[in-house]
Design a protein around this ligand. Sequence first.
Ligand SMILES: [Zn+2]
Length: 92
Amino acid sequence: MNERVLAQALKRRQLQKSEELVEFLNQSGDDVTLSDFRRRVELLDDKDIIMSYITCSSCGEMFCTYEDALLAAESIGSVEDWFDNMENHHHR
Ligand SMILES: [Zn+2]
């Protein structure tokens, strides 16, 4: 996958999961609606969506560099395999 293909696949994934993501956001105090959330995802550019998947949502640390994320995607055919390949990040 190149950058474009990876970004599109991540966007599709986020849209598929949008109902549970919105529920989660609502619980954490963000009162975004489903349609606003979908619009938000549509407006993200390729780099924004990829960055959101390689940055830890609780501490802001990056799992790998942006370049490494793209390099990994080049040799990998699916988003699921790309996730598996990302370095595991755990909180101590
Ligand atoms: Zn973290």
